[in-house]
Design a protein around this ligand. Structure first.
Ligand SMILES: Nc1ncnc2c1ncn2[C@@H]1O[C@H](COP(=O)(O)OP(=O)(O)O)[C@@H](O)[C@H]1O
Ligand SMILES: [Mg+2]
Length: 399
């Protein structure tokens, strides 16, 4: 019998440093993001010079490099001789006004980051600290849409600027959801959107380059070739232009090669890995969605599966669906599960969110048979999406 754990610390045949391929690894260089980094720095320049800059809102799809760029800049600023201070805040963890203020206190006033201090206390500590020498605080709120009481948070941070006699606070919000705007108070909205910057998704050539740089350090010499890397890039570019997915495919392909043990990652490994990576990614994506967004995905999957049967007969390969048909199917599906379908206004918002997260692709039709309408399809295989939603819905009903 094989010893359990015997493989655990075995040297890898293909990996030189697995960590380099992990999504948490911070690469030194961020190719194709010079322009975005430059813009962010430009928007921050007044703050870095000691005058409060206008707030900035950054958005773009998952895996477009937003977090990496912002963190990169935050690190650089920490080394600059500037009066500005930055707090990088991951709102997945710090998801309320209190927690965000608490995190800022933890970063710069740790003696007050103890339990027992209320919101007003820590707010005042922060204000006093800013006023001490008129410093500027740049608050970076990554995945800002997750903050539960965002209106309150924006209000408090903005309000601080009028309470402060010298110095101030600049907000940098980062998000891959754009329709969350609709739920915000118009005042918070115009506050956040003083400036706006969009990150486009990566194309296949760009992903290839990004992967090559990572592969060079992550894999042993000669363990992977360009063909395998290009394929991983092409697969991810086709789905979403998501660099995180591309990296996931690559490291999974490495694992498969390692298991086989011949020391070389093949194109076949990449193909197999992309199946597995996609499955994992789809599950992660779908699992965190609100129920009605999952039901919409379910409706699209059902229609696509039916449609593709019809299309196989007719030989038509175009798999886009009409938005209105999806809404009808979604309503029917909801009712069959004894759930109240949301209004079509909500539905359009949800569609927009799903699009921003790269789960669906959509485009506006020109003036055609049905006038102006949105055409929509899933970014991942309908069968897989259907299966995943079923899994998450049954997990919900057990909980
Ligand atoms: N230009 C780039 N160069 C190198 N790696 C990148 C680049 N853009 C993204 N990545 C990598 O892709 C992954 C996802 O990027 P991330 O910044 O988290 O995207 P986002 O925050 O937009 O979802 C990370 O592992 C990151 O290192
Ligand atoms: Mg991010």
């Amino acid at each position: 019998m094989k010893e359990p754990f015997s493989d655990l610390f075995k040297d890898s045949n293909v990996f030189a440093d697995r960590e380099v391929l992990s999504p948490h690894y911070m690469p030194e260089k961020l190719p194709y993001r010079d322009k975005q980094i430059e813009s962010i720095v430009r928007f921050m320049t007044p703050s870095l010079r000691g005058e409060r800059g206008r707030n900035l809102f950054i958005y773009g799809k998952t895996g477009a490099g937003k977090t990496s760029c912002v963190k990169h800049i935050v690190e650089k600023i920490k080394g600059l001789p500037t009066m500005a201070k930055v707090s990088y805040i991951n709102c997945r963890i710090y998801n309320s006004r209190y927690r965000v203020l608490y995190k800022i206190t933890g970063d710069y006033l740790p003696i007050y980051a103890k339990r027992g201090y209320g919101l007003v206390d820590i707010y005042e500590k922060i204000i006093n600290w800013i006023e001490e020498d008129g410093k500027i605080l740049i608050v970076v709120l990554d995945e800002i849409d997750i903050v539960k009481d965002l209106d309150d948070l924006v209000y408090t941070l903005t309000r601080a600027n009028s309470d402060i006699k010298s110095g101030g606070i600049m907000i940098v919000g980062v998000s891959n959801k754009i329709s969350f705007k609709d739920d915000l108070d118009p005042r918070s909205l115009s506050t956040l959107y003083e400036n706006e910057l969009v990150f486009p998704p990566y194309n296949s050539t760009e992903l290839s380059m990004i992967l090559k740089e990572r592969a060079e350090r992550g894999f042993k010499k000669g363990a992977i070739d360009d063909a395998a890397i290009n394929l991983a890039a092409a697969i991810s570019a086709k789905d979403s232009g998501d660099a995180r997915l591309a990296l996931k495919v690559l490291s999974k392909a490495g694992e498969l090669a390692d298991e086989r043990g011949d020391g070389f990652v093949t194109v076949n490994d990449v193909n197999n890995a992309s199946e597995a990576a996609e499955e994992e990614l789809v599950y992660e994506l779908v699992n965190t969605l609100p129920e009605h967004q999952r039901l919409i995905i379910y409706a699209i999957a059902l229609l696509s599966i039916q449609g593709s049967r019809y299309k196989r007969l007719s030989g038509d390969s175009e798999a886009y669906l009409f938005s209105g048909d999806i809404y009808n199917k979604y309503s029917a599906v909801s009712k069959s599960m004894s759930k109240n379908p949301k209004s079509s206004r909500w539905y359009r918002k949800y569609i927009f969110d799903l699009e921003m997260q790269g789960i669906i692709t959509a485009y506006e039709s020109g003036k055609g048979i049905r006038g102006h309408t949105k055409l929509i399809k899933l970014s991942y295989s309908p069968d897989r999406m259907k299966e995943t939603v079923e899994k998450t819905l049954s997990a919900d009903s057990e909980a």
